[in-house]
Design a protein around this ligand. Structure first.
Ligand code: NAD
Ligand code: GLY
Length: 359
């Protein structure tokens, strides 16, 4: 599947290509667009072990040499020091304005590599080859680049669009189950806020998707990307509409930053956030019925049994109040009028407590 993203000016228009087995053709695809004989590849140790050889071969077959830049695995490497080191490596290798940076990895590598490409010599061409479900359906599309600061995650960054996104869903086969599940929560989110048919597709095919059925996973990735592209096309710089993608993230973020829930993964936190948003949508009379109950049950089923979420309601509320989504002692939430119809609502502490009690 090929999709065009039109993110503002013409220079920010790019193709997202999704195909099973595409990794083997990356060299030919790069050769078709760039007259270069060397590509800088940013990846991490884990992804390098799984997929670098295949990428290197694909590029070598097209007469392109790889210059690998391999960093450690984890969010903690998405920082200024690592950024600085990569810029130094590019300079030592005499990378110039015509050079191409290719990211091979998940959202961490994509965000960091995007920021490197945006800022090295005021911008060099960038290609994403996303290798996690989160990166394939979300972070590789839409041009958000970032590195973390000691004060906050993603504090430093800019919008900078890749020239191509080359997605091979088959590389997800080596992804640890927990990482796959993180992406599944984001896929469910996209279905819930964007498209009831996509939501039903995920719900009906959940067992096959979780069982690793490659055809189903390809279809899910393609359909999620189609929806994400529509949102980005409508609001490329995240000025308003794109906030619908924060469904589940307001409460999810509060859980993630709360010491009481240490160990909760990002996807799981978003899962709990979606449950809370569904309860709020019901209690406020926006959205009810069997389909909401079914969605709730599906998300709850994917979450591991944990100690009761929300024992520290006061602390979680305060965390959300300090977040930028708070206005006059109320917190902005994305809720649902129905599946595929999101709505932004400010929520009071009383409404929040009630929803939390019914999780
Ligand atoms: P990640 O990049 O840390 O990858 C998760 C884990 O999977 C890592 O251990 C990684 O080494 C491993 N991995 C990646 N591909 C693999 C493969 N094919 N086989 C085996 N292991 C593999 O995490 P993520 O969930 O992909 O991304 C999270 C990051 O993305 C965060 O930093 C977040 O802020 C950012 N993000 C950005 C956007 C955006 O719009 N730019 C959107 C969502 C998330
Ligand atoms: N991941 C949310 C966004 O792209 O806006």
């Amino acid at each position: 599947m090929r999709l065009r993203v039109s993110a503002g000016p013409r220079s920010a228009t790019y193709m997202v290509e999704i195909r099973r087995g595409l990794l083997a053709d990356v060299g030919a695809m790069v050769r078709g667009k760039w007259k270069i004989d060397r590509v800088f590849v940013l990846t991490n140790t884990t992804v390098h072990a799984h997929w670098y050889a295949a990428l290197n071969k694909a590029l070598a077959d097209a007469g392109i040499r790889c210059y690998p830049m391999v960093i450690g695995d984890g969010e903690r490497y998405k920082n200024v020091a690592v950024y600085h080191r990569i810029i130094g490596r590019l300079a030592e290798e005499h990378a110039d304005r015509q050079s191409l940076l290719l990211t091979l990895g998940g959202g961490v590598i994509g965000d960091l590599g995007g920021f490197v490409a945006a800022t090295y010599m005021r911008g060099i061409d960038l290609v994403h080859v996303p290798t996690t479900l989160v990166a394939q359906i979300d972070s590789s599309i839409g041009g958000k680049t970032a590195i973390d600061h000691a004060r906050a995650k993603n504090m430093i960054g800019c919008f900078y669009h890749p020239r191509r996104v080359l997605t091979d869903p088959d590389v997800l086969a080596t992804l640890p189950k927990r990482e796959f599940r993180n992406g599944l929560f984001e896929a469910i989110k996209i279905g819930l806020v964007c498209n009831p048919e996509l939501h039903a597709f995920i719900q009906l095919g959940l067992d096959k998707i979780r069982g690793g059925n490659k055809r189903r996973i390809f279809q899910m990735v393609s359909r999620c990307v189609r929806e994400k592209v529509k949102v980005v096309d409508r609001d490329p710089c995240d000025r308003g509409f794109r906030a619908i993608l924060n469904f589940g993230h307001t409460f999810g973020h509060a859980l993630e930053t709360s010491a009481d829930y240490r160990g909760l993964g990002h996807g799981e936190a978003v899962g709990w956030g979606m449950l809370l948003a569904l309860r709020l949508s019901e209690h406020l009379g926006y959205c009810a019925g069997a389909h909401v109950q079914e969605s709730y049950a599906m998300i709850r089923h994917l979450l591991p049994q944990k100690k009761r979420i929300g024992e520290n309601a006061g602390r979680l509320w305060q965390t959300m109040l300090h977040d930028k989504k708070a206005v006059d002692g109320r917190v902005n939430f994305i809720l649902l009028k129905s599946i595929g119809k999101p709505i932004k609502i400010t929520v009071t502490r009383r409404m929040f407590n009630k929803a939390l009690d019914t999780l």
